[in-house]
Write a protein that binds this ligand. Sequence first.
Ligand code: FAD
Ligand code: DLZ
Ligand code: SF4
Length: 510
Amino acid sequence: MSRLVLLLGDQLSRSISALEGFDPARDRILMAEVASEATYVRHHKQKLVMVFAAMRHFAESLRAEGLAVEYWRIEDPGNPGSLDAALRLAVDWHRPEAVILTEPGEWRVLEMMRDWAETLGPPVEIRPDTRFFARIEDFARWAEGRKTYRMEFFYREMRRKTGLLMEGEQPVGGQWNFDAENRKSLPAGHHLPERLRFPPDALTREVMAVVEARFGGHFGSLDGFGWPVTRDQALEALDHFIADALPWFGDYQDAMKRGEDFVHHALLAPALNMGLLLPEEICRAAERAWFEGRAPLNAVEGFIRQILGWREYVRGLYWLEMPGYAETNALAAHRPLPDFYWTGRTDLRCLAEVVQATARNAYAHHIQRLMVTGNFALLAGIAPKAVEEWYLLVYADAYEWVELPNTHGMALFADGGLLASKPYAASGAYIDRMSDYCTGCHYDPGVKSGPKACPFNYLYWNFLIANEKRLSGNPRMAMPYRTLAKMAPARKAEIVAEANAFLDSLPAAQ
Ligand code: FAD
Ligand code: DLZ
Ligand code: SF4
């Protein structure tokens, strides 16, 4: 039987389920760079280069193994323009007896696949994506009967299931979670590691030229592009992280510093989400570093929790709750996205730093995403759809299964608390404590009102006032609401007026 296997741009793993049982004598692989995937949101130019260059390198490696790969480059004359058109064309040409797919990372693509199953002609087999620790059904089983889902409990199940950092039934070190040790700000003079960048080879340079020519108006810059685009590079990036950054990952996980875009973060999510690395090999490498005394437990546990816990948890939640999940707007947030999310031009220094770093690298680390751009969007009441489009578009690691729960649930609380037990809302004091952004900012994090007041301060209290009915019953919000209750009505009115004047003065994105 001859089969046609479609591999998507984030399915670049040799062990992908769609390639199981592949018969080189009869079967064929289809890969297609298409405008519809490049523009359904106008991805950062570095993400486009990363995806297309990695797809081309992966196709080369499959061909080197002797597998038949039909490949559409984006600039090829007659490029079909969409995955749907590419697949229908290939089915017409080759008349395969079956089409084999691995389930995708986005609901909209799953719908496309389900349509193919009904309308394409040959039987279509959609296989589970076995690259994750938990199957979609495993998460659904865990979630069944629970009113809310909490990552910490899911994570413990995953530790037990995988044996990662376990001694029999007990967590190593006697604790599941060492987060209390992981909230340090960067001390002056702390040495940060030089990060590995991969100078683009000829193939990647060719892709860069094509992307600049065709998608030059997309967000971000290609200068200094250095993301891994092959498995070998991704493995090198993993080794480098484990040796040079992991030991301090825990301590400074939440720290932010001007001009330091990466701190001790892994920078592995783009390669991981495309399939160049597998989550299991990353976690085992980190675990080994602890066993061999090369990294402390607070760092290794904290890091493994991000992948074994958060990454698996948000995926499970996405597939359990979609498509309705994307439609909720629990805090009735409707403001447009301010223009500075695209330009980085704002006198709020923290936001300028993070947006400019995002344009430079297609990357910002978790606390920058959550507590700077995310926190601002939450406090300012920006419409979830606009914020979600921004996050899906600007980061090299963004695919909806992971971007949406993080943005909709964690940053914006738009799911009403399904993912997080309380909104991650914070005033300027948090940003001041965790970064050096406030030094030299036009505003002062210690000032509460007036022209020098940090906008995060009055936006924070305005957020609590605006959402009092929705949030004051949340036990984890009891403390700020007790403080608010003691506030004089005139002071509250002043906060609301100041916040609205500030928000109304922000130019909306075009
Ligand atoms: P590190 O901080 O070094 O963490 C190690 C790994 O853990 C990451 O590579 C990633 O695979 C995993 N991880 C860490 N936190 C999370 C998390 N909250 N959810 C899922 N995986 C996690 N991550 C994405 O992969 N794609 C996204 O589109 C994305 N969008 C986000 C949007 C918002 C608003 C927020 C707050 C977070 C988002 N994250 C996203 C999670 C996290 O910020 C990134 O995974 C991380 O910054 C990637 O950089 P790193 O590889 O250096 O990660
Ligand atoms: C992200 C992306 C981009 C930019 N381009 C392509 C492409 O041209 N062809 C392709 O097969 N995949 C691409 N991808 C990845 C898909 O968008 C991804 O498979 C879906 O978002 C599902 O996760
Ligand atoms: Fe951001 Fe406020 Fe600090 Fe300025 S003072 S950097 S706006 S937190």
